[in-house]
Design a binder for this molecule. Sequence first.
Ligand code: KG4
Ligand code: ZN
Length: 463
Amino acid sequence: MLSSLPSTISRLKPGPRYSFTYSLSSSLKIFKTQQTIPRWSPLYSLSTHSTSKILTSLKPQFESVVSKDDLVVLGIETSCDDTAAAVVRGNGEILSQVVSSQGDLLAQYGGVAPKMAEEAHSQVIDQVVQEALDKANLTARNLSAVAVTIGPGLSLCLRVGVRKARKIAGSFNVPIVGIHHMEAHALVARLSERQLQFPFMALLISGGHNLLILAHDLGHYIQLGTTIDDAIGEAYDKTAKWLGLDMRTGGGPALEELAREGDAESVRFSTPMKQHRDCNFSYAGLKTQVRLAIESKNINAEIPISSASSQDRRSRADIAASFQQVAVLHLEERCDRAIEWARKIEPSIKHLVVSGGVASNQYVRARLDHVVKKNSLQLVCPPPKLCTDNGAMVAWTGIEHFCMGRFDPPPPADEPEDYMYDLRPRWPLGEEYAEGRSEARSLRTARIHPSLTSIIQASLQQQ
Ligand code: KG4
Ligand code: ZN
């Protein structure tokens, strides 16, 4: 059915027929009757319970069968322009993965238009989730929990995923885990690299975020750097659009491909924020430099690259390569400094995780591998399909938190459609590293939700 959609659908592993003799969800029915049901506040309200505490409150016959490996979690992701769902087992097996991308809309609008994106999510969400369950040879009845991204992202888009997740969780009486999108980008590295232990560093690079973090532990993150304006993915996408590239499969991949033909030394762009000795990022100025270079070479974005003369194509490729070199050099410089900072806080650091859509870029991976090796660390880069937005990262992060008892009980089956969901469009992951605080920071602080780390740490202190 999904073949008619403008989608990239992939399946990583064939899903074995999975039959659940006892599911934690049925156990939780018992739990539910024993507790007062808290209001919807993911990763918070139930944080004082651990699954082991819950398990010991269950009938003895459930205790032996409910282990992490037995969990089966559906992850739903709709924070931006990809509608994604996946089913993952507690042992890290990806039973299914489905992504429907809005490539045509991206090409038409040159960016994500929230209202259009919301409509596109609404059109495909049921099919995407159904296909994820079908490919996993499961029904929603077999699920242990549903994990869904609740922020950061576009409210209109987040709402579509959350509504669907709550509908399933309510109908089948399974608990629900609210997920931080950027935490999911970081933690998916523990799915692809099962040996990866805390603490580690992570560079998270996507269309809307540029984050450098120190991950002390699950739910405990220090923000070493963030962007003060645009993220690197946004700069790739705009550059690709202005160079007349085919945006249907994403601006980033198209630009990466064209840059291979170009001379990275041909246009001299200056590296952002050289004078700021911190770990923050800025890509707005580089975007302006690129736009001016494109104008000065009389490149007409209306003429698609496929119809450009060979000389025109050459000058577009030169700009693409020069842009990419400087955009990534900015990442390299910030990572170098962040490693120094992170080692002061946590000398045992061994790994730098690089994740988020832009981490699927081969040039980015190669350059960061160099930085990491120079600093005697190891690079952990999930496979490209797990770097770009996907449901598996959400399901896996759900599993990690679920095992710590951070989830909400099933919502009511008859929840009204206009229910006020707890969505967190602007939601920091961690607290800022105080010594690294920069004067060049975004002034946009209104309507920011308390960070995930502060919520979890506060709830741990209450225990
Ligand atoms: O993480 P992601 O899938 O969605 C967001 O959370 O934003 O990242 C999407 C971003 C887009 O800007 C896209 O152009 C960029 O990642 N991207 C790439 C590549 N693949 C995706 N950028 C550069 N090179 C790539 N190969
Ligand atoms: Zn993302």
